[in-house]
Design a protein around this ligand. Structure first.
Ligand code: ATP
Ligand code: MG
Length: 561
């Protein structure tokens, strides 16, 4: 037994190996943050194909984002070489698209069908008013489908057509789903149709990182996996390769009150008695909070002082100064509005920042107009046509108008740069190119090589890791988030706590949590108290940094008013 496939499984720990080499049948892998989910899933696929006579073309691996799919594909290529070519790896939407392409006629679509772009969708919405059925009809009359259709239409087809179900079950006998805690009703139904109750379905995920219920995800599907899929085998991964022991201890305590994983634990793979505690900074104001981030970045990366800062203090307890670069640092926050003060403070001091905001290509300014323009224009390679279209549009937008929404020529050129790699990747097929954009090709605004501090929302930080993490705005009303007059339900608070857990577990070596005593929110300056989520963490795990900084004269004045 030991020698079977040892080569492949060598790079896994004992439990990862159990998961990777488990026999067929339903398999649920409950795995906490930093326990190597992608590593385990890719090694399982490689192992089954290399050692268990599973054919790659019988395997379907599903992820939620294109970025995750691309990463999985790259790792499988590295592990399996040419064999990986026959695997189907994609997002739920791309799998849906594949099924729809193969059955367009049965779905009632004409030969020239395609995915509607934003303009076409908006037009149909406006014409249909509130009538969802009418909206779909309008699209269908033009042989258009929208993004939801990429899942609902294949589900409807399979539901009505047992022969089709049989066909796809024969085709994809092994199914692997990453981040299973995030499936929604339609994705779940698709999986139920594609996999028999005793099928070779392997789902991996962490219910405590379910943070997408606002988008329809339902962690309930994860929790009842072993009811849905007969005699499911359960494997847990608890060894964390990412974070220091104090960070992990704080994270586990933070999630404990409403953890969805019984006996939740995370064991640090590396234990270093020198690991610093979790830094906790009591800021007077948001400006003070931003200053703290700047000062600490300066201490960690070093070399800024001569440029713009008057602090020369080096914190000897931190990671050795000078060994870190800006890109090792992430600042995480609950709402995008919180990022401004930090961006301002860092930029003023000459610290480069990169922010991830819209990560869908089609949401970027300029992308839609270029896509439209491409339908009219030219010949030549797609890349050349993108450039042509950008030239035409940049000229058009060079003339100023009173339209506040109008694009600037720079937007068009930036969009053209973003579209180029996709144009090269899709070859010269315009239809594929436009479908990629419509189905949500992502631009990763975070360039891992860029020498800049990363700023991201907690949602955008999911799945990532950084040596140094600041989780700012750990305040009641932000974590958990509360709108004026709104009162979150218990379920919503539990989801906010999971978001907090996701944030804490992004950190490898050094984690700072900060909160400000006063913050400008919803149009006025408000007194803020620390997040109740912090109360779940043993105070002994925190190192309190600085004292509550006295309010600045300006702030004091505001307060008196
Ligand atoms: P998350 O839930 O946050 O997405 P994850 O389970 O996907 O976490 P990974 O990002 O896959 O975790 O792994 C975390 C880190 O641990 C990575 O840097 C990975 O290379 C490393 N790692 C995973 N397994 C091992 C192992 N057996 N030996 C050494 N390093 C490992
Ligand atoms: Mg992951």
């Amino acid at each position: 037994m030991e020698e079977v496939g040892t080569g492949l499984l060598d790079r896994l720990d004992a439990m990862q190996r159990v998961a990777a080499s488990a026999p067929g049948g339903p398999l649920l892998i409950v795995a906490g943050p930093g326990t190597g989910k992608t590593r385990t899933l890719t090694h399982r696929i490689a192992y089954l194909c290399a050692e268990m006579n599973v054919f790659p073309h019988r395997c379907l691996a599903i992820t939620f984002t294109r970025r995750a799919a691309e990463e999985m594909r790259a790792r499988l290529d590295a592990l399996m070489g040419d064999g990986a070519q026959d695997l189907t790896v994609g997002t739920f939407h791309s799998i849906g698209l594949t099924i729809l392409k193969e059955n367009a006629k049965a779905a009632g679509l004409g030969a020239g069908w395609r995915i509607a772009d934003d303009t076409e969708r908006t037009a149909a919405r406006e014409q249909a008013g509130d009538d969802d059925a009418a909206y779909i009809k309008l699209l269908r009359q033009q042989d258009l489908v929208d993004l939801d259709d990429l899942l609902t239409m294949p589900v409807a087809l399979l539901r009505d057509e047992p022969a089709l179900v049989d066909r796809y079950r024969r085709q994809w006998q092994w199914i692997f789903v990453d981040e299973y805690q995030d499936v929604d009703d339609t994705q779940y139904e698709l999986l139920r149709l594609l996999s028999p109750a005793d099928g070779n379905l392997c789902a991996i995920g962490d219910p405590d990182q379910a943070i997408y219920s606002f988008r329809g995800a339902d962690v309930g599907y994860f929790l009842r996996f072993n009811q849905d899929f007969a005699d499911a085998r359960l494997v847990r991964l608890t060894r964390n390769y990412r974070s220091s022991a104090p960070i992990l201890a704080a994270a586990v305590q933070a999630i404990a009150p409403t953890s969805l994983v019984s006996g939740r634990r995370l064991d640090p793979a590396r234990v270093n008695p020198e690991s610093p505690l979790v830094g906790r900074y009591f800021a007077g104001s948001t400006a003070d909070e931003a200053d703290f981030v700047l000062r600490t970045v300066d201490e960690l990366v070093g070399g800024l002082s001569h440029r713009s800062l008057d602090t020369g203090r080096i914190d000897s307890r931190a990671v050795a100064p000078g060994t870190l670069s800006f890109s090792d640092i992430a600042v995480l926050y609950r709402t995008d509005a919180q990022s401004q003060a930090v961006v301002d403070a860092l930029s003023r001091a000459g610290v480069p920042v990169q922010k991830r905001s819209h990560n869908r290509l089609r949401d970027r300014p300029g992308v839609q107009v270029i896509a439209q323009e491409l339908r009219n224009a030219g010949s030549g390679t797609l890349a050349a046509r993108v450039k042509q279209a950008a030239q035409v549009l940049a000229q058009r937008y060079a003339a100023p108008t009173l339209d506040a929404e109008q694009l600037a020529p720079e937007d068009v050129w930036t969009a053209a740069d973003l579209l180029m790699p996709l144009a090269r990747r899709t070859g010269d097929d315009l239809t594929d190119f436009l479908q990629e954009i419509a189905t949500g090709a992502e631009v990763d605004a975070l360039d891992p090589r860029a020498e800049a501090v990363n700023l991201l929302t907690l949602h955008a930080a999911k799945g990532l890791e950084f040596p140094i993490v600041f989780l700012i705005g750990c305040e009641d009303g932000l974590l958990p988030l509360r709108w004026p007059g709104g009162k979150p339900t218990d379920d919503e608070i539990a989801e906010e706590r999971r978001l907090f857990f996701v944030g804490l577990t992004r950190a490898q070596d050094r984690l700072y949590v900060t909160h400000a005593a006063r913050r400008f929110r919803h149009g006025s300056e408000r007194e803020q108290s620390p997040s109740p989520f912090l109360d779940a963490i043993d105070p002994g795990l925190f190192e309190r940094i600085g004292d509550a900084v006295p309010a600045r004269p300006k702030d004091r004045q505001l307060r008196l008013l």
